[in-house]
Design a binder for this molecule. Structure first.
Ligand code: M6R
Length: 364
């Protein structure tokens, strides 16, 4: 039931603080302030490489996880879209963990990739939202998201819950690999615990983003830029926009702009820049300024510090709370989802059932 909401997608965007809290509850031990995972019959500390495979939005959650696993646990990560994985005959060495991410747990390409990795002797971990799904049954390690049923074809709450589980997994992997001290683990648990409140703060910008939608709705093309773990969010923002508003959109790593896409820029191409303040901020801002110098109209999504530094001369800005890098992608997902949602509403498209798309893709 949609309740007071106009669309399931809107309802699911607003459910995120609750379902992320629900999901985190099964991975964080509040009293001990540690990260805990379900029982597994293999030794996670012996894992030498992680191979992540998924499709669509779940793939972008996996891309964020690659940054986290490498940064926090120093474990090398390979990542592929499921439809490419099997056919390139990937090198899967002993001691590898293959991680599959799927809302439905039934996506045909992802399931085929899982079976391929299993045959090749990998340990299989799955992050799925449907605990009775085929992927859940075939896994060695089941890491459920507790997003509840997701009805909108455009994935929103499943994505943020996947990120929550992956952040917990990254932290746990870092602990068992001896890369985090007890105090650092406690600190991470503390930041993750604050994620639902930060999501609420992000949702407070709903009306402001709705008011911005008419500026984006007439565009034929929109670009999204981000760096580091916010690069996958740029890809996710572009996917969301094209899925439900049918506007052509592309996500780029901000530093790639001058290697080609900047040729597209003129005053008719809005550029959405996803850039929390931090070590990568200055670099992203200089890419943003190159875009502005060519007439590009910027929507900058950052925190107060970032906006104070670079928010002038933008078409619009959206202020996010200042958060730890481990939860920034969860929080920044919200404005990106809301922007796509309101642009689609402004265009009058069928938000929950966009043309040509199915909720679960069970053919290869
Ligand atoms: O059920 P899955 O997570 O395996 O689905 C993967 C993709 O089909 C899915 O994320 C798709 O890209 C969404 N429509 C994105 O909003």
């Amino acid at each position: 039931e949609k309740g007071n909401y106009r669309h399931f997608m809107q309802k699911e965007i607003f459910e995120q603080p609750i379902v992320v809290a629900q999901t985190l509850r099964s991975y964080l031990r509040g009293v001990e302030r540690t990260v805990g995972l379900p029982q597994m019959d293999f030794d996670l500390s012996a894992v030498k490489r992680v191979t992540i495979v998924a499709c669509g939005t779940s793939f972008y959650a996996g891309m964020v996880a690659k940054y986290w696993f490498e940064q926090f646990a120093r474990v090398p990560v390979d990542i592929d879209v499921a439809s490419e994985f099997r056919y390139r005959d990937p090198v899967l060495e002993d001691g590898g963990l293959a991680l599959f991410i799927s809302q439905s747990g039934e996506t045909a390409d992802t399931l085929a990739a899982l079976r391929h990795a299993k045959k090749a002797g990998q340990k299989i971990a799955v992050v799925v939202n449907v605990p009775t799904s085929t992927m859940a049954r075939e896994a060695d390690l089941l890491l459920p998201t507790h997003a509840g049923p997701e009805i909108g074809v455009a994935s929103t709450k499943a994505f943020s819950c996947q990120l929550a589980v992956l952040a917990a997994l990254a932290a746990h992997l870092a602990v068992v690999k001896g890369r985090l001290t007890r105090a650092e683990e406690e600190e991470i648990v503390e930041h993750l615990t604050q994620a639902p409140a930060a999501l609420n703060a992000a949702l407070d910008h709903d009306e402001e983003i709705a008011a911005m939608a008419p500026l984006i709705a007439p565009a034929r093309d929109v670009l999204y830029l981000g760096r580091g773990p916010d690069y996958p969010l740029a890809l996710e923002g572009a996917l969301k926009l094209k899925e439900i508003s049918y506007i052509h959109a592309e996500g780029y790593a901000a530093g790639e702009m001058k290697h080609g896409p900047i040729a597209l820029i003129d005053e008719n191409v809005p550029v959405i820049v996803i850039a929390p303040s931090g070590p990568l901020f200055e670099k992203t801002v200089s890419n943003m300024q190159e875009t502005q110098a060519r007439g590009g109209k910027i929507v900058l999504i950052s925190d107060a510090e970032g906006l104070a530094e670079a928010g002038d001369n933008c078409l619009a800005t959206i202020e996010m709370p200042k958060v730890h890098p481990l939860i920034a992608p969860l929080v920044y997902a919200v404005p990106v989802q809301l922007l796509a949602y309101h642009v689609a509403v402004a265009k009058g498209t069928d938000v929950d059932q966009p043309r040509n798309l199915a909720k679960s893709v069970t053919v290869e």
